[in-house]
Design a protein around this ligand. Structure first.
Ligand SMILES: [Zn+2]
Ligand SMILES: [Zn+2]
Ligand SMILES: [Zn+2]
Ligand SMILES: [Zn+2]
Ligand SMILES: [Zn+2]
Ligand SMILES: [Zn+2]
Ligand SMILES: [Zn+2]
Ligand SMILES: [Zn+2]
Length: 562
């Protein structure tokens, strides 16, 4: 999918606000309030008692949830607050994305699609489940709080089910403070409704209508939710890294993560060591040795890290050195004979991106169709001459005059911007329209003719089959690291780092012995399933109801993972 243009994004659509959906939650609470206002009658005396209980409860919640709790201005004179709840994961969790391979809508009853395909990825942190409450005057003596549960990454029916459990929790002990019990259930016990301990299956996208009005679930297609979830997980992992103490592999000093540089290869070193390491190499012109200092790793350092470590001047110098080196080994770069800008050539043809002059990349003449431009011997001599004139060696570059350096710098910038455009844009294989990929997966759709195609290989495709054979991945990963100061302010300069992902996995659907609703389980996953409908716990191997997992599985019983 090509995603939406970022200019149309609402404030709620960016950053952490996306997962909280604050405006939508507030609007729904307002609507509930307007609808039920009339029934909300309590005596003045009872109102005062409730008011005191509410005040104490909010204070207690604040002490427990700290920064995860936000107290808003009262809505129509009622207490109004929101708590972000986080599942505490044991290590990584495997998140499966369930796409119907043929894009058929799921009916739930079809017997023949029991061999489905799932896309898997590993996450360390899941986005929050957000509980927003509005306390009416009758709470807690006669009625529960108005509430909205937001989990923008979960399927809407799951969030609706959360809401009914919250209703049950209130009914168990009516008239008593309930918000802590709700929040506690949401961030602990609710886990068994959506996942078995180490895996979570999301999707497929369904038209959810008639769900609970208090439930706000996933509104976007899964394709764009998964990358967002990954960003959330990465960013949270960085925050955790920043707040803990690490040892530098160069100087063996210990310091907080915020004073470390975390590289995409997952090695990290203290800022001081990295700064001197980088500036020495740039000063000596040994840019190819600018790799991860870990001797067994030696992954190249991403440009965004270098920019921070070297400062603007040092970085500009590094960029010239490194780009020159790349250009010298790139066969498809030509210099415009008119204005000397660097251009990308395709075969012998090149068009200047600055002055639009079309020329022959070999001889520099106006483009000529057919026929060799010059004799091979001449061509060779010419090329060598060109190289001498237009491409100074690294040593020449070091001794360049300021004027020359400025010219070089311009070429470098032009080439970089050209490369960026080429990088993010693809031509529709059907109508040749240029389509930019903004976010999401490699399955692209042409806005002009509706053709689906693969961002990676540019071939026309229909469903998700293309990504199943592993030739092209559904998602492309951009490596991220932790750099001192602000977060990556030049993410466009990050080098693409392919990260190995589990990819596609065959999954089978297992019906619940009580109600028949099927759950998806990937091969190798946990056989202990919990029905999403009736919450029956059952075994995927013997299809029996499981009362105690510790007794059912093990040496004498069923295998727990297979
Ligand atoms: Zn150090
Ligand atoms: Zn490394
Ligand atoms: Zn030109
Ligand atoms: Zn020519
Ligand atoms: Zn098209
Ligand atoms: Zn492809
Ligand atoms: Zn069931
Ligand atoms: Zn069993």
């Amino acid at each position: 999918m090509s995603g939406e243009p970022s200019s149309s994004a609402q404030p709620d659509e960016v950053g952490a606000g996306f997962w909280v959906a604050g405006d939508e939650a507030a609007a729904r609470l307002k609507a509930m309030l307007d609808e039920s206002r009339v029934e909300d009658e309590v005596s003045e005396e009872q109102f005062q008692v409730n008011n005191q209980i509410q005040e104490d409860e909010v204070l207690a919640l604040q002490a427990i949830y700290g920064d995860d709790m936000v107290i808003f201005d009262n809505m129509d004179g009622l207490r109004f607050f929101q708590i972000s709840l986080h599942y505490q994961l044991q290590g990584q969790i495997k998140v499966y994305l369930n796409v119907c391979p043929n894009e058929a809508t799921e009916t739930g009853d079809d017997e023949d699609d029991n061999d489905r395909l799932l896309y898997a990825c590993n996450l360390q942190h899941l986005p929050p489940v957000v509980l927003t409450c509005l306390l009416p005057g009758g709470y807690p003596s006669s009625c529960p709080p108005y509430f909205v549960v937001v989990a923008k990454w979960l399927d809407e029916p799951e969030v609706s089910r959360f809401c009914s459990v919250l209703d049950e929790i209130w009914t168990e002990l009516p008239g008593q403070e309930v918000v802590y019990r709700w929040a506690d259930w949401l961030c602990s016990s609710s886990w068994s409704c959506i996942a078995s301990d180490d895996q979570l299956v999301l999707g497929p996208d369904a038209n959810s209508t008639g769900g609970d009005e208090r439930a706000i679930g996933r509104s976007r297609i899964l394709d764009s939710t998964i990358p967002r979830m990954r960003d959330y997980s990465d960013e949270t992992a960085l925050q955790v890294f920043d707040q803990s103490i690490h040892e530098c592999g160069v100087c063996f000093g210990e310091d907080a993560g915020s004073n470390f540089v975390k590289l995409p290869c997952d090695h990290s070193f203290c800022v001081k060591c990295m700064e001197s390491y980088c500036s020495i190499h740039v000063k000596e012109g040994s840019v190819t040795r600018l790799t991860c200092p870990d001797t067994s790793c030696r992954s190249p350092l991403p440009p965004s890290a270098l920019r921070r470590l070297l400062g603007e001047d040092g970085y500009a110098r590094w960029e010239s050195l490194a780009l020159r080196r790349t250009l010298d080994t790139m066969p498809d770069v030509a210099y415009c004979p008119r204005c000397n800008a660097a251009c990308v050539a395709s075969g012998d043809d090149a068009q200047c991106s600055a002055c639009f002059f079309t020329f022959c990349a070999q001889c520099g003449d106006r483009r000529h169709v057919g026929g060799a431009c010059v004799l091979p011997e001449e061509k060779l001599a010419d090329l060598l001459e060109q190289q001498k004139q237009a491409r100074p060696s690294v040593r020449d570059l070091v001794n360049m005059s300021e004027e020359q350096e400025r010219l070089e710098q311009r070429k470098v910038e032009e080439l970089l911007s050209l490369r960026e455009v080429l990088r993010s844009t693809r031509q529709c294989p059907s109508c040749r329209m240029a389509i930019a990929k903004i976010e999401g997966c490699n399955k692209m759709v042409c806005h002009n003719c509706g053709q689906f195609f693969c961002y990676r290989c540019n071939r026309a495709i229909s469903g998700y089959q293309h990504f199943e054979n592993g030739e092209c991945g559904l998602f492309q990963r951009v490596g991220k690291g932790r750099f001192p100061g602000t977060m990556n302010s030049h993410p466009d300069l990050d080098e693409d780092v392919e990260i190995k992902e589990p990819g596609w996995i065959r999954a089978i659907r297992y019906p619940c012995p009580t109600c028949g609703r099927k759950r998806t389980k990937a091969a190798g996953g946990n056989n202990h399933l919990v029905c999403r409908e009736c919450r029956t716990q059952y075994c995927a191997l013997c299809f029996k109801r499981v009362w105690k997992a510790s007794e059912h599985y093990g040496l004498s019983g069923c295998q727990q993972n297979s």
